[in-house]
Design a protein around this ligand. Sequence first.
Ligand code: SF4
Length: 693
Amino acid sequence: MLAAAITSTHCPYCALQCGMNLRPSKDGGVDVVERPDFPVNRGALCGKGRTAPAVLSSSVRLTGPLIRNHATGGLEPATWEEALRAVADGLRRVRDAHGPDGVGVFGGGGLTNEKAYTLGKFARLVLGTSQIDYNGRFCMSSAAAAHTRAFGLDRGLPFPLEDIPRTGCVILVGSNLAETMPPALRYLTELRENGGRLIVVDPRRTRTAEQADLHLAPRPGTDLALALGLLHLVVAEGRVDEEFVAERTTGWADARAAAMSHWPTLVERVTGVPVPQLREAMGMFCDAESGMVLTARGPEQQSKGTDTVGAWINLCLATGRAGRPLSGYGCLTGQGNGQGGREHGQKADQLPGYRKLDDPEARAHVASVWGVGPDTLPGPGRSAYELLDALGRDVKALLLMGSNPVVSAPRAAHVEERLRSLDFLAVADVVLSETAAIADVVLPVTQWAEETGTTTNLEGRVLLRRRAITPPTGVRTDLEVLHGLAGLLGWEKGFPTDPEEVFEELRRASAGGPADYAGISYRRVAEEDGVFWPCPDAEHPGTPRLFLDRFATPDGRARFVPVTHRASAEETDAEYPVVLTTGRVVAQYQSGAQTRRVAELNAAAPGPFVELHPRLAERVGVADGEPVAVVSRRGRAVAPARVTTSIRPDTVFMPFHWPGEGRANTLTNPALDPTSKMPEFKVCAVRLERPGG
Ligand code: SF4
């Protein structure tokens, strides 16, 4: 059953994609052992990575397909032939009745590059639908949009992580690395050991913020104003890098004018960050020889997320901290394959190679690789939340892989109701997630250590996850599922089940595109322990550092975009006087579908909580550990209070990993950023109550 030797591979969870070795264990599974030679994490792992094998052998693992018996209402065991036939019939029935766009496909940022590529191809060729998007839209799409707008290309980090300790100053905005990717914290520790400065922007004094030289704690939703205030001071105090701005950028005059209307006193009123702290931050950043701004979900998951990231990029450009060694703007992507997942065609507006679906040349290239005419390909579809919101109305059937929107989508009760209103729902997953539990057909699929495939980490480094263990009888790979469905739906060719064969096709499809994988092969990835894209041919060394000579815009210059502060979609008022912000805890991952099945992780983080300041707790009349109800315009969630001075008195925090009564996303606001279509997970107005009181 087991491979005899140690297998080098990568963690199934977050975008750091820590290297790990898997060793056969006495009980027939695998144990995780350190892999110190992989440069990103040098052997370090968080608890999620260390315990990842527990999900492989979990007693609640799905090991056979399930079909709903509509007479009894229950899910019942079925053969693979019955289950695939039921899915194909369900999708075909809806397509025949409502047209191709009556069928939707929803993917995930944890799917390998090969799966993301095949899922996009399946949707557009076999189903002929434009209605495909994925949960990565909820992750880093605002940063991706801002990156592309300013630099002409989006790669989360345009430099390797190893550059961080050697820069002069890092502004880390809305990222709690200590909880979300603990092994990456060492890059910040080493930065400070080397004499570099760290500024953390977060409404909570997180374990990451505690490491900082300076912690700025703005009101949630005001990061845009904060960045503009810093840029105002940069101009007012003569710290603009005029030479860089003149030689390597365009649009400065308008961006400058926009920033100059954001006086520091105004910014203090909006953000709550005192002017002296603004001055200190600006001085720290400008005094350093080099600098970086790194953002994560805090500024990105807002209805103005693209402009918020754009304001931080403007700060980098005005100070000459972009397109130079040891300087730049970067996004700390969250999901395991959040980077690769957005590059290869499961996004509503993208084709493989990060090509745009509405670009005639891109369509022609990909269509030729797929052996069809460009007119065969549908146009762009709805974004993730728009797609979920359309379920049961315009979109009557959904095939869902690698996502659990019942827990992870904004306004989750509404999304759950939409999913339940579908004519047909098929879910492929490893466990009976909350979304799988309401499906008509559930397809049990293999997990990370049971299959081979590539991911692309937050640095743009393409990595190889290797099969280390034989999957249980009764499960199939996602590629086998799509192959089977394609055949049943009349598409006999073009859906291989061998991941390397898929990757070879992906190379051709991506060739010449922004995310060019043409020179990357399984052999190279294995030998070199990762290759950075773009890598246009087999002799090319890969590109760890982007933009050093020119930006990826037509004229080679980075583009300033004038942005101004605006309020969040939902402001506090007398009825809802407190701001809710959401996030993660170290022992759980995303919707918790996997990590809630691991005893050690559950012991560390058994359930949701509401973090609030003692002054707010006193006003509400709740003590630490007592249940508190959080009510927004969309619903109500109840969880124990966690009273702490580490959060602003006007803000509460809830982690979003759990379903049921404590589901944080019952409360969140699906107001969308107009450019990226990112929902506003990070800001909504709530009131607190004593349950029953
Ligand atoms: Fe896995 Fe991320 Fe933890 Fe590394 S930091 S072990 S990739 S979950």
